[in-house]
Design a protein around this ligand. Structure first.
Ligand code: HSE
Length: 309
């Protein structure tokens, strides 16, 4: 096999209560990546469409993660990468994760799958580090494993997949402003009180319990973050109003998607998720602020192979 085309999806990190440890893979929105084997060794990015991004493999996250993989792997060929960005950088729905994870997934397929998808997380995380300055695995683990994922310890490669209740539907509203993950991480406070630690741990525990017992109400009320959300929400226009209207219109919970500015709400069923999206959109219409809305069920598969030849 010499060429592969894949769809590498968007994802939501944190889910409010799980800063850097919880993630979920989305459907429909994502990047398309084509990787071709070449005789000449090394990695080159030959084409990027959809966004203006560097083709320098030391600066582009797809090049950084691919190089990390190839530094550890004996191969007798090189790779050309084409990236068609469907996710805007700085949106909070895992733009860098989709490209970082997508390039290593595609190369791994072309070289006969020496690594499991779980083992690819550490290479993909290098792309995340290049984008945000920190090694966090929550988005890339969700993209590579699919479904809801948990990062117990990224330095020990300890990630796993959680149960995904089938009716859980997401509404994501993305106001057309860009917030760099590095900036959004810089405002997170470095210390928490014992009470905050207790509350946050309780919410993570009940969130995961809710996923397994398929208790939608419990999942919803576990979407609570008294540590990071109060600081980051200041950067998001009308965050409190978005939350209020989503809950009023039937959402089970609402919070910041990753490092923002996207805001997510979860609902039981796509029709409620759509209604929630309309109500959130009205808030930004009044502000004359442009936005994108995505409605998605959980993508339990993760990256999809579109063509392999
Ligand atoms: N967990 C990360 C953060 C996700 O909240 O900064 C950003 O991609």
């Amino acid at each position: 096999m010499n060429e592969i085309r894949i769809f590498s999806p968007a994802s939501i990190a944190n889910l409010s209560c799980g800063y850097d440890i919880l993630g979920v893979c989305l459907d429909k929105v994502g990047d398309e990546i084509l990787v071709r084997k070449t005789k000449k060794r090394g990695v080159v990015i030959t084409k990027i469409t959809g966004q203006k991004l560097s083709k320098d493999i030391r600066l582009n996250v797809a090049g950084v993660s691919a190089s990390a993989l190839l530094n550890e792997t004996e191969v007798d060929c090189g790779f050309e990468i084409e990236i068609h960005k469907g996710i805007k950088p700085g949106s909070g729905i895992g733009s860098s994760a989709a490209s970082s994870a997508g390039s290593v997934f595609a190369i791994n397929q072309l070289i006969g799958k020496p690594y499991s998808n779980k083992e690819l997380v550490k290479f993909a995380m290098e792309g995340e580090k290049a984008a945000s300055g920190s090694l966090h695995a929550d988005n890339v683990a969700a993209v590579l494993l699919g479904g809801f994922t948990f990062v117990r310890n990224s330095s020990k490669n300890d990630y796993f997949k959680l149960n995904s209740p089938i009716e859980l539907a997401f509404t994501i509203i993305h106001p057309q402003i860009e917030i760099k993950t590095s900036d959004s991480r810089a405002i997170v406070k470095k210390h928490v009180s014992l009470q905050e630690m207790t509350e946050q741990s309780a919410n993570i525990g009940s969130f995961v319990t809710g996923l397994y017992t398929e208790d939608y109400e419990l999942i919803g009320r576990s979407i609570e973050d008294n540590v990071i959300e109060p600081l980051r929400s200041i950067l998001i226009p009308k965050f409190n109003e978005l939350k209020k209207t989503s809950l009023y219109n039937g959402a089970l919970g609402c919070g910041i998607s990753g490092s923002g500015p996207s805001v997510f709400a979860i609902s039981k069923g796509a029709s409620t998720a759509k209604k929630v999206g309309v109500s959130m959109g009205k808030i930004y219409n009044e502000l004359d602020l442009e936005y994108d809305i995505h409605i998605s069920y959980v993508n339990d598969i993760g990256i999809k192979i579109l063509e392999f030849k």
